[in-house]
Design a protein around this ligand. Structure first.
Ligand code: PLP
Length: 404
């Protein structure tokens, strides 16, 4: 049977203490035990269903984790206070001093900075490689490599990782494939295609409200339990735990994720197709002109479309800034970092969310200073939005009026 992430996400509702339609929120940091022996057993991991302390797991975090594990088709998950909390603890759980990572070079700036600048302090080094060049990815694997890291759809260039092929390479060399699926929840199911660990920043599409940061790691029980071990688990000991009030609110928003993703994709496709017809050089995986369009189409869960992310190259930072300021003034959306919000967000990643990547490396990977990244919102009248975007492009000299 075809994997159905959206149905999986909603299939196990938990009810509240007084038969409430939403689960009760666990407003407790610690939990009582009937006997001292029961407490000791829990410390030793022998007692099922008994909560110990909320840095380890709370009932509210457990409900959210279970829903997201079902969405990705993993047995377990662990929710964290931010996407970076999920990424950093996963890498630290897998790697120790002397270990090596092979990572895609086009990834979120914070993930890049963590591997490039922070992990070397612990003698963990990373080779950054073009993810679309599988030979180079494989050739970068060393005897001390522990994992391959990539984003399914990369931030900000929207390059697509060939997850089945990367999984083959990872298995051949006995390393783990860790995939950040933040840009494509429901659209892509990396675990089903052979990834070992799937991470999301919940801050983005999954929560969708821009009212909190959050993260999740979805994997098998062995990995999740090890990362929550009271003895040496990175998640447990670094303490990147999500607060229960937040996990309860994020869980409610997961119930609208399927309809939101469809609408984000529909709006992004509409704007991309129209602007491409107008002569704009637009990057969107749903367009035939996107270099990874076929690969995306071979991997995606078609009903959710090609996602909400678009980029447009305004060539210079000055033009990009003028364009974004005008769009904000005309209420197209907000000049802000982040993505997956109900309103359209735009920023210039070269000087913003990817500013951690040095300029020469940005150039090498094709990140133009004038690149504007859009996270298309849930606009009801997308044709109106498209027309305003086009006007702003003409007024700021990005699009020639003859195309109007
Ligand atoms: N992964 C991707 C692809 C992102 O875009 C981001 C943030 O922008 C993160 C991870 C980090 O998530 P958070 O900001 O929730 O820590």
């Amino acid at each position: 049977m075809k994997f159905d992430p959206a149905s999986n996400l909603e299939k196990n509702p938990n009810y509240g203490q007084f038969k409430g339609v939403n689960p009760s929120i666990s407003d407790s940091a610690t939990y009582t035990f009937k006997t001292a022996k029961a407490m000791m057993d829990t410390f030793e991991g022998k007692s099922e269903g008994q909560f110990l302390y909320s840095r380890h797991t709370s009932p509210s975090n457990y409900y959210l984790a279970q829903a997201l594990a079902a969405m990705e088709g993993t047995v377990e998950a662990n929710v964290t206070a931010s996407g970076m909390g999920a990424i950093s603890t996963t890498l630290l759980q897998i790697c120790g001093t002397g270990d090596h990572i092979v990572s895609s070079r086009t990834i979120y700036g914070g993930s890049y900075a963590f591997m490039k600048n922070y992990l070397p302090k612990l003698n963990i080094h990373t080779s950054f490689v073009d993810i679309t060049n599988l030979e180079k990815m494989e050739a970068a694997i060393q005897p001390n490599t522990k994992l391959i890291y990539c984003e399914t759809v990369s931030n900000p260039l929207l390059e697509v990782a060939n997850i089945p092929k990367l999984s083959e390479i990872a298995k051949k060399h006995g390393v783990l494939l860790v995939v950040d699926n933040t840009f494509s929840p429901l659209i892509m199911s990396p675990y089903q295609m052979g990834a070992d660990i799937v991470i999301h920043s919940l801050t983005k599409f999954i929560n969708g409200m821009n009212d909190t940061v959050g993260g999740v790691v979805c994997a098998d029980s062995q990995f999740i339990n090890a990362s929550k071990s009271v003895i040496d688990g990175a998640a447990m000991l670094i303490g990147s735990t999500m607060d229960s009030l937040r996990s309860a609110s994020i869980l409610k928003n997961t119930h609208t994720l399927a309809i939101r993703m469809k609408k984000h994709s529909e709006n992004a496709m509409y704007v991309s197709q129209r602007l491409e017809q107008d002569g704009v050089r637009i990057v969107y995986p749903g367009l035939d002109s996107h270099k990874d369009h076929k690969l995306f189409t071979a991997m995606y869960n078609a009903e959710f479309g090609y996602g909400g992310m678009i980029t447009i190259d305004a060539v210079t930072l000055e033009k990009a800034d003028a364009f974004m300021e005008l769009m904000q003034k005309r209420n197209v959306g907000d000049l802000a970092v982040s993505l997956g919000f109900y309103r359209t967000l735009f920023n210039a990643p070269g000087s913003g969310t990817s500013s951690e990547v040095p300029e020469d490396e940005q150039k090498e990977m094709g990140l133009s200073p004038g690149l504007v990244r859009f996270s298309m919102g849930l606009d009801h009248n997308i044709d109106k939005t498209y027309k305003i975007i086009k006007e702003c492009m003409i007024e700021t000299g990005i699009l020639e009026p003859m195309h109007a």
